[in-house]
Design a protein around this ligand. Sequence first.
Ligand code: GRF
Length: 197
Amino acid sequence: MEKEINIAILGSGNGSNAQRIAEYFKDNSQIKISTIISNKKDAYIITRAENLNIPCRYFNRNDFYNTDNVLNYLKEKEIDYVILAGFLWLVPDNLLKAFPQRIINIHPALLPNYGGKGMYGSHVHESVIANKEKESGITIHFVDENYDQGQTIFQAKCQINPDDTADTLAQKIHLLEYEYFPKVIEQVVANQNFNNN
Ligand code: GRF
């Protein structure tokens, strides 16, 4: 029997990717979504976690940046991977050190374009549309100490039509995210853990 892999999902908002990932791995015998963490007390991701019956914790800025509270909780839960799904803060150093190449983020554009501080949610899609880009997409990448700069793992593209708006582009991007994010997580975990033959 292979080792069980425990995943924590961190989010700040709606949590639709978190839900999709949790549903994808629901019947997986090796990969388990063991907890969902929110840094916003009233984020909808918390309600989703409750509905999914996944243990959920709220941690504030002090917990993240001035203490080991989050790290200790992840250790207590024996977490192997941390997935950022709409998590809007920089990951603190203590977590980066504890999870090298084990923290994965999804960004709703084709990095290195349209990334960095302030480039989140609808701001990204509004900029892409304003610049009359012909395509956009998603980037799944390892996380480092900078916003949206870690090593790229995977990208997928979508076309932008002349009548697309930030809203319709966001919908296209979400479909790509739901399709690929769980599969890419599964692939990374398999490559790093289950290919020892
Ligand atoms: C997604 O578009 C993701 O790429 C970005 O934040 C958004 C989160 O959406 N990092 P949701 O909370 O998963 O619905």
